[in-house]
Design a protein around this ligand. Structure first.
Ligand code: URA
Length: 253
């Protein structure tokens, strides 16, 4: 192979999120007999029962982080550089939740530090918020290869982590960034266009706490569709007003 071709191939690997060799030599799998995988739902539910028990025993964010670092049950971990746990102030009353780390987050180990994170920071600054005054994390703690959409089973597998994460931070307000976070945590198939802009009750399975939650568009979507920024701006003003009052009354919804 020419050096130029090899370089292009490497660049393609990098874009697709392939940064791990699973064997020394390539293996031609064409013509191999496929072994039928076990029924997925059974595997997933067995893993989640065990995982839920371990996750439930975590008393602190440090314990949860350690448990997640030791967890090998999610294949996304194999392709990721590192766990992306959170950023910001865990004492904050406002917790933001996105989808999954991208390339820059995977490199730095912090959520929302790439282009969409920079846009998010600029928008949050307009309502007087920064990483010292909010706490931020994702539904998934490992980067999906090539920034592809996380699958339903990856989300289901990692759900106990984010649920316990919310329980330990115990924020007074939640802001879901994008459809994946909103749909997962509000347990709905409703799309983000309908979900955004309305306060809803989020119920956490680890605590008795019900937290007011607002969904808005993901900043990566705003990079592609800047015309939608006005709607996110309206959502952020709602967050600002609610954060000032801390506790929402039913009239605010
Ligand atoms: N998009 C997300 O949802 N989360 C990040 O951390 C970065 C980009």
């Amino acid at each position: 192979m020419e050096q130029r071709d090899a370089y292009q191939l490497l660049q393609w690997y990098q874009q697709m999120g392939i940064n791990l060799a699973v064997a020394q030599e390539p293996l031609d799998r064409r013509g191999q007999v496929m072994v039928k995988p076990p029924v997925k739902s059974v595997v997933t539910s067995v893993i989640s029962t065990d995982l839920r028990r371990e996750v439930a025993s975590c008393q602190t964010l440090a314990e949860l982080r350690q448990l997640m670092m030791n967890f090998d049950g999610c294949d996304l971990k194999k392709g990721a550089t590192q766990l992306v746990f959170s950023d910001g102030n865990p004492q904050s009353s406002l917790m933001l939740i996105g989808e999954a780390p991208g390339a820059e987050e995977d490199k730095q180990g912090r959520p929302f530090v790439g282009l969409s994170g920079q846009l998010l920071d600029r928008m949050l600054a307009t309502i007087g918020l920064d990483r010292r005054s909010l706490y931020i994390t994702n539904i998934l703690p490992w980067r999906p290869p090539g920034n592809r959409q996380p699958t339903a089973s990856e989300i289901a597998l990692c759900l106990p982590f984010i649920e316990k994460h919310i329980a330990l931070v115990a924020p007074r307000l939640l802001l879901f960034l994008g459809g994946v976070a909103a749909k997962t945590l509000l347990q709905t198939s409703e799309g983000i266009v309908r979900l955004r802009g309305h306060w809803q009750d989020y119920s956490n399975p680890y605590t008795a706490q019900v937290i007011p939650a607002l969904a808005t568009f993901h900043p990566a979507y705003l990079l592609r569709s800047p015309g939608q920024k006005a709607l996110v701006w309206q959502d952020l003003l709602q967050v600002q007003a609610a954060a000032k009052r801390q506790l929402l009354t039913p009239d605010d919804r």
